[in-house]
Design a protein around this ligand. Structure first.
Ligand SMILES: [Zn+2]
Length: 375
């Protein structure tokens, strides 16, 4: 089995572009990973997701372990074949979602016991169990099991939690073992405290991972605080390994993160917003539910190559949203994923050509129009 690698092709300021090689294909960075929570990117077929330019999807351990269960997916040939996506998949460790979704959680040194939010059944997640589940799923990029405290949190809580996560990172590394062709990422914690972030990075690099996530952000701290943290947190991580910012974000969050040296991101926003009539465009956010679109024959975004923009008017998109037709969520999810991937592609080229700053200025200037009809 072939191994994995990360090659950095160019840097521009702190922004980086490169390629992660895996046996299931390459991941061009900076990369945006659409979220396939329950073994599907909602309202999208896998070949459609791929056509937007996605090299990798994210799957959620917490959801899949509860339903249909990791053991069942393994019996059926693994997550790639189960969901008909043959390219790389990253799975989270389940830790974050246990904390945000599960009921009656009990946290100990060993791990977390909890009750399912679906049927109340009792389950356990630990570093060892999380590694086992992600192996059963067949994940290409496995995340270490960690604890992610909600912000704001006081320093004592962040300190205690970070140290527990670092002990769990060592146990995750041990349980993962040697699996050629698969990568294990560690997760930096420490909230918004620069010294805790640095200490966490040191603990992780001493253990040694194939990539490093900046965890514990996008949990309610706001963009300004997140960017302030990203001004220092990624700098403590190894230059020659991919850096992943978990759960981010809006287009301007993504651009700001790439500017600060992040290589990978994931977010439910393109598909979730698509199902609620909200479209991201190079001119800002467009709410298709708004009556102002009812007679508008123009495309959603005349520069976009997706089917929603090529084949339909704003009036149609407004109509199917108001009529609660399924094609509304399908078309707007497709458009939003296309827009996010278009931004990533533009950033990769801008970084490679040393013009990221100019690209970023144009990105922000174009969005100033917002949702104002340009007639
Ligand atoms: Zn479009």
């Amino acid at each position: 089995m072939s191994t994995t690698s990360f090659t950095l092709h160019a840097t521009d300021g702190r922004a980086r572009t490169g390629v992660i090689q895996t046996p299931r294909g390459e991941i061009r960075t900076p990369a945006f990973m659409p979220v396939g929570t329950a073994a599907t990117v909602k309202a999208m077929m896998p070949d459609q997701v791929r056509s937007t330019g996605a090299d990798i999807l994210l799957g959620n351990t917490y959801h899949l372990m509860l339903r249909p269960t990791a053991e069942r997916i393994a019996r059926l040939g693994g997550l790639h074949s189960f969901m008909n996506w043959d390219r790389p998949i990253l799975t989270d460790s389940g830790g974050f979602q246990v904390m945000s979704l599960a009921e009656l959680r009990k946290l100990t040194e060993d791990g977390v016991t909890f009750r399912s939010h679906i049927d109340g059944s009792k389950h356990m997640l630990s570093p060892e169990r999380s590694m086992e589940i992600q192996k059963l799923l067949g994940s290409d990029i496995v995340m270490a099991f960690d604890e992610c405290p909600a912000l704001p949190a006081d320093r004592d809580r962040l300190d205690t939690s970070m140290r527990l996560s670092m002990r769990w990172a060592a146990r995750s590394r041990e349980a993962f073992g040697d699996r050629p062709g698969h990568m294990l990422f560690g997760i930096q914690q420490g909230g918004l405290e620069p010294d805790l972030r640095a200490e966490s990075a040191k603990a992780l690099t001493d253990i040694g991972f194939d990539g490093y996530a900046v965890g514990g952000l996008a949990v309610g701290e706001g963009q300004e605080a997140m960017f302030a943290c990203l001004d220092h947190a990624p700098q403590n991580l190894p230059v020659d390994k991919p850096r992943y910012l978990m759960g981010v974000g809006k287009p301007d969050d993504i651009v700001g993160a790439v500017k600060r040296g992040i290589d990978m991101m994931d977010c439910v926003l393109p598909t979730r917003s698509g199902r609620t009539g909200q479209a991201f465009t190079r001119h800002g956010v467009v709410n298709l539910k708004n009556i102002r679109h009812a007679d508008d024959p123009r495309p959603l975004d005349e520069d976009c190559s997706c089917p929603a923009c090529r084949n339909y008017s704003r009036a149609y998109l407004h109509h199917v949203y108001r009529s609660r037709e399924m094609i509304s969520g399908m078309l707007l999810s497709w458009h939003n994923l296309q827009y996010f991937q278009d931004i990533m592609d533009e950033m990769r080229h801008a970084i490679a050509e040393g013009r990221f700053e100019a690209w970023e200025a144009a990105f922000h200037a174009g969005r100033a129009d917002g949702d104002i009809p340009r007639l």
